[in-house]
Design a protein around this ligand. Sequence first.
Ligand SMILES: Cc1cc2nc3c(=O)[nH]c(=O)nc-3n(C[C@H](O)[C@H](O)[C@H](O)COP(=O)(O)O)c2cc1C
Length: 409
Amino acid sequence: MITHQQDLSIDFCGVRFANPFLLSAAPPTDDMDMVRAAFDAGWAGAVLKTTSVETERVDLVYPMMSAVHYDGRRIMGLGNIDLISEHHIDVVEKRARTLKKEYPDRVVAVSIMGSKKEEWQELVRRLEGAGVDIIECSFSCPQGSMGEEPGAMLAQSIEATERVAGWVKQAAGRCPVVIKITPQVTSIVKVAQAVKRGGADALCAANTIPSLMGVNVDTFVPCPDVHGKSTYSGLSGPATKPITLRTLAEIARNVDLPITATGGPVTWRDAVQMMLVGATTVQFCTAVMHYGFDIIDDLRDGLAFYLQDKGFARPADIIGLALPNIVGHGELPREPRVISSVIEDRCVRCDLCYIACRDGGHQAIQLKKPDRLPTIDPEKCPGCRLCVTVCPADALTMVARPPASTRVS
Ligand SMILES: Cc1cc2nc3c(=O)[nH]c(=O)nc-3n(C[C@H](O)[C@H](O)[C@H](O)COP(=O)(O)O)c2cc1C
């Protein structure tokens, strides 16, 4: 354990987090004892699952989960058809007050959803009165936002996003207001700009992605099978991380608002990547639902090790460092040219690079007799990197393209 030597604290909208890791609004934060267990384990904060003044409309359906399994992993992507919390604001208000008393050094945020101005503003006022640190507004429940068309999310409308963010901010005094948006839009930048125009303090990017998780080919019922019927799920977990990274980067490059990341992190490396493209804090849900609260130990140790190893004093120093390296396709350097190269003693002779290059690349790999060692034809290899991508043994790498006269065939 090296965390005690390293300051992992970070400021988000004037609120101090002991480390950049918190639980997102989801089942792990819908129960007091679970939040207590998370705080005891070391999580810096929690966003209590989305509450409202109209919980009688929260009509849950079971079963509500299904997953994409891949290559031995049970959850590459998790799909849920959950709704917001069944717990009314009356309950959540008390919970927030109690948690703040019991854990004054942890960040207690609450997610809210209303269907009209009065509701949004009542939720804000009551939670501020209960002493919460941050108010997060769900504009992005994949099953639809209250007050919108069925299935439509608030954050899919630029106009509604700006208007409702404005209502919430108008009612808020001390508490920073965070708007949780969906990646399922044509322009994430326009949505983020609408949040800023509405006056909100920060963005939470981004909620689950509307998906159809699979279809049973015998019964023709998609997943999850709810007594012979199904509906679209919200997709979370590792499969969504690349989408989250792009969403974060697009916002961070174009809109000057702090971001709390959500969508796909499992390890400290995932979290660091999210910070490198602009996130200040990183929220976890699926990873905790899969592996439990104790992953916080690895997250803190990993981040502390990374910061020390790279010579950074604090987590805030790494926010956005990868952003200058994201450019348009036309601005990418065309030189120096590279080709792939085989590291002979690592090759396990699986033929995968050969097959991929033969049928999906440039037919630039031959298998040398007598032992089927792949060899690269420099005249045919344009350096696309497909072979490196498929190799299970890290036996291929990219090297500088040799000058024509020195090439061996
Ligand atoms: C079962 C389940 C319920 C969720 N409920 C809520 C919710 O009430 N409000 C909300 O803003 N997000 C909700 N989420 C979304 C999560 O907070 C999180 O943004 C999403 O799962 C992506 O992060 P992850 O890949 O770390 O899971 C829920 C997610 C899951 C899996």
